[in-house]
Design a protein around this ligand. Structure first.
Ligand SMILES: [Ca+2]
Ligand SMILES: [Ca+2]
Ligand SMILES: [Ca+2]
Ligand SMILES: [Ca+2]
Length: 310
């Protein structure tokens, strides 16, 4: 009896270690504990970072929109920061973010949008977004969803009712609900009094077995899948800044220093940095602190993080 209980407690402890919450508050930079990357496979350029478009405040990641897109085969998006998911997917997984923009500066003719993206490449992804309602050509926005499988664009079939945005933060959350084995979409803004379910005509729920449920679960169970934030000026030329307050998930993600993103900082990562020592360039995996050069700062990060995630 006692042994069974101890085993149970050990399992609970292990589970809580495996599925620890990860949150980046973007306090003056990316969290030094996380392996953020700007790479977007099958995109041209693969390294999406435009350094002139990305900055931080004391509390926010700032991405000024740039032209480009993941849409269909036009895979030339810019500035898509992401974390690599490692390990198994918890049954109660969630991803959320919160952002603001001065919507009054955005015209009514383009589907300017931002939010969460889950991807393996620019050809295969799922997005939860807030979008300017260019169809109605009012200043309204609405929550929206998209997916692409092999560059084939599909509407995600879940939306919110449109609302007139202010310049405050808007939150988006996608979560797997183990109680009924569905994926649910949530949003919040100054008018919702906290998180509420997507309230558009198709509801907020992807039932188990639905096209979107199967696609999202498939993405998350693909080795190397990435999750991050997304901005899109929808071809309107806008360079206005989106301010992201935080990014949070309970999916296991590669820690800082995990150069090969296998979930564990070990001698393989250390050797990779050593062999790349002195290299310079955009989005090098060995450039752990993302400053454009592989040097002792990166080596020290790997050393200090040695063993994490293992
Ligand atoms: Ca595409
Ligand atoms: Ca923040
Ligand atoms: Ca590793
Ligand atoms: Ca560096």
């Amino acid at each position: 009896m006692r042994r069974t209980m101890m085993f149970g407690l050990a399992c609970v402890a292990l589970m809580s270690i495996a599925y620890v919450q990860t949150r980046d508050d973007f306090s003056g930079g990316f969290s030094s504990a996380l392996r953020w990357s700007w790479k977007l496979p099958a995109n041209n350029p693969e390294c999406t970072l435009d350094p002139t478009a990305v900055s931080f405040t004391a509390n926010e990641l700032v991405i000024q929109m740039r032209d480009g897109g993941m849409f269909s085969y036009f895979n030339a998006h810019r500035d898509v920061p992401s974390l690599t998911v490692t390990g198994s997917i918890p049954n109660n997984w969630y991803i959320e973010t919160s952002f603001r923009i001065d919507w009054s500066q955005i015209g009514v003719y383009n589907y300017v949008q931002a939010g969460i993206v889950i991807f393996t490449s620019a050809q295969n992804y799922f997005q939860v977004l807030v979008t300017r309602d260019a169809f109605s050509q009012t200043m309204n926005v609405y929550g929206s969803t998209n997916l692409e499988e092999n560059d084939n664009f599909e509407w995600g079939e879940r939306v919110t009712n449109p609302w007139m945005p202010d310049d405050g933060f808007i939150g988006l959350r996608i979560a797997h609900d183990p109680s009924d084995n569905t994926i649910k979409l949530f949003f919040r803004h100054s008018g919702t009094n906290g998180w509420i379910l997507f309230d558009g005509f198709n509801g907020a729920v992807y039932p188990s077995g639905s096209r979107q449920y199967t696609f999202i679960q498939g993405l998350l169970n693909t080795s190397g899948v990435k999750i991050g934030v997304y901005t899109d000026n929808a071809g309107g030329g806008y360079q206005n800044p989106f301010y992201f307050d935080y990014f949070e998930t309970n999916l296991s993600v590669a820690p800082a220093g995990d150069v090969n993103a296998d979930g564990c900082v070990d001698d393989a990562d250390l050797l990779t940095v050593l062999f790349a020592f002195g290299n310079a360039g955009d989005c090098l995996d060995e450039d752990v602190n993302l400053d454009g050069v592989v040097d002792d700062a990166d080596l020290l990060t790997v050393l200090f993080a040695f063993g994490s995630g293992c």
